[in-house]
Design a protein around this ligand. Structure first.
Ligand code: PEP
Ligand code: MN
Length: 340
C-alpha cells in the first residue's frame, strides 16, 4: 500500500501517520515520487482502516499495490535505485561492465586476466569458485582458494569482484572475500538462500531462473529486499525455450519490462544465454541498446582449455573491442560507459 502525501505535508503529520502504522506492526518506507512524497507501507495491511488513514492531515490519496511483489515495484519506489558494488554504481545514468572467467582456475590466470580486463575498461571482476555444474564429474571450482585468488586479483587491479554463492553456510565466507554475491539461475527460487541473503549487507546479483517469469523473478528479489537487504541487481541470462540454436533464449524484452515494473537495476549476461563466443558480442551490444544498466561477460585468456564455459568465453582482444563498441552505443542512447 502506498500513501501519497500532499505537497506541503509537514514532518509532524508524517510522524503521526507512521506512529499509527507502527502500532499495527507495519514498516514505513519514505520516498519521493515525481512531484509528491510517498510512504510505502510494508507488512500485513489487512488490519489497516483505509478511511482512517485518509483522515490524517497531509494524506492526498492511498494506492494499493496490485503486484505480488511490493518493495521491488516501481509504484513503491518511483525513482531508479542505484546499487553500489564496491565503488561501482549500477542503475545510474552510466553503464557498468563486469567481466572475468566462468571459474577461477588458478592464481596466476585470474591475476593476469584481471589486469588485462581492467586495462580494457572492465569496472568489476567475476569468477566462480563454487560452481553449479550440470554434471557432478565436471570441475566444481576451487572453493575458498578461488575466492581468495579472486579477491587478491581484484585488489591488485583496483576494482570490486563478484562470485556465486550456492549454500547458506558459505555466506559469511563470501562476505569476507567478495564485493557482491551472485545468486545463480539454478538458485533463483531457493527461498531459504534468498532469505538468508536478505540479512546480509552485501549487494546481491540475482540471475533470472532458467524457466522463471519476470513476476517470479521479481518475487525472488522481494524475498531478499523484504529480509532487509535492499541492494539487489537483477541479471537477465536467458531462459529455456523450444529454440535450440543458442544455449538459452536471451529475453532482452525483460529489460524494458523490468524498467517499467521495478526500480531495481538490471544487467544482462549474454554469455550463458548464447553459449557460443561468436554470438555473445552482438547480444552484448543489443543489451546496452535495450537499456540495460550493465553487462556481465565471460572472458578467458585460453578459452579452448578453460575448465568451464570455454566455448562462450570471449578472448581478451574481443572484450577490448566490445568495450569500444558499447561505449559508442551507450552514448547514442544518452548514457555512456562509466569511467573507471
Ligand atoms: C555463471 O555465472 O557462471 C553461471 C553459472 O551462471 P547462470 O547461473 O546464469 O547459469
Ligand atoms: Mn559460466
Amino acid at each position: 500500500m502506498i500513501i501519497v502525501l500532499t505537497p506541503n505535508c509537514k514532518e509532524e503529520n508524517i510522524d503521526r501517520i507512521s506512529e499509527h502504522l507502527h502500532k499495527l506492526d507495519l514498516k514505513i518506507h519514505k520516498s519521493r515520487g515525481e512531484d509528491h512524497m510517498i510512504l510505502g507501507v510494508i507488512g500485513d495491511i489487512s488490519r489497516v482502516d483505509i478511511d482512517k488513514i485518509k483522515g490524517f492531515d497531509g494524506v492526498a490519496s492511498i494506492i494499493r499495490i496490485s503486484e505480488s511483489y511490493k518493495q521491488c515495484s516501481r509504484s513503491f519506489h518511483p525513482s531508479d535505485s542505484i546499487i553500489h558494488v564496491g565503488n561501482v554504481p549500477f542503475g545510474g545514468k552510466e553503464i557498468a561492465v563486469i567481466a572475468g572467467p566462468c571459474s577461477v582456475e588458478n592464481e596466476k590466470m585470474i591475476k593476469k586476466l584481471s589486469r588485462e580486463l581492467t586495462r580494457s575498461g572492465a569496472h568489476a571482476l567475476r569468477g566462480g569458485a563454487f560452481k553449479p555444474r550440470s554434471s557432478p564429474y565436471a570441475f566444481q571450482g576451487l572453493e575458498k582458494d578461488g575466492l581468495k585468488y579472486l579477491k587478491e586479483a581484484s585488489h591488485a587491479a583496483g576494482v570490486p569482484c563478484v562470485s556465486e554463492v550456492m549454500a547458506i553456510s558459505d555466506i559469511d565466507l563470501f562476505c569476507e572475500y567478495v564485493d557482491a554475491i551472485q545468486v545463480g539461475a539454478r538458485n533463483m527460487q531457493n527461498f531459504s538462500l534468498l532469505k538468508a541473503l536478505g540479512t546480509s549487507s552485501k549487494p546481491i546479483i540475482l540471475k533470472r531462473g532458467i524457466s522463471a517469469t519476470v513476476e517470479e523473478w521479481l518475487n525472488a528479489a522481494e524475498y531478499i529486499v523484504n529480509g532487509g537487504n535492499p541492494n539487489v541487481i537483477l541479471c537477465e541470462r536467458g531462459i529455456r525455450t523450444f529454440e535450440n540454436s543458442t544455449r538459452f533464449t536471451l529475453d532482452l524484452s525483460s529489460v524494458p519490462v523490468i524498467k517499467k515494473l521495478s526500480h531495481l537495476p538490471i544487467i544482462v549476461d549474454p554469455s550463458h544465454a548464447m553459449g557460443k563466443r561468436d554470438l555473445v558480442i552482438s547480444m552484448a551490444r543489443a543489451a546496452v541498446a535495450a537499456g540495460a544498466d550493465g553487462i556481465m561477460v565471460e572472458v578467458h585468456d585460453d578459452p579452448i582449455n578453460a575448465l568451464s564455459d570455454g566455448p562462450q568465453s570471449l578472448y581478451p582482444k574481443q572484450f577490448k573491442q566490445l568495450m569500444k563498441e558499447i561505449q559508442v552505443i551507450s552514448q547514442v542512447i544518452g548514457r555512456g560507459l562509466l569511467r573507471q
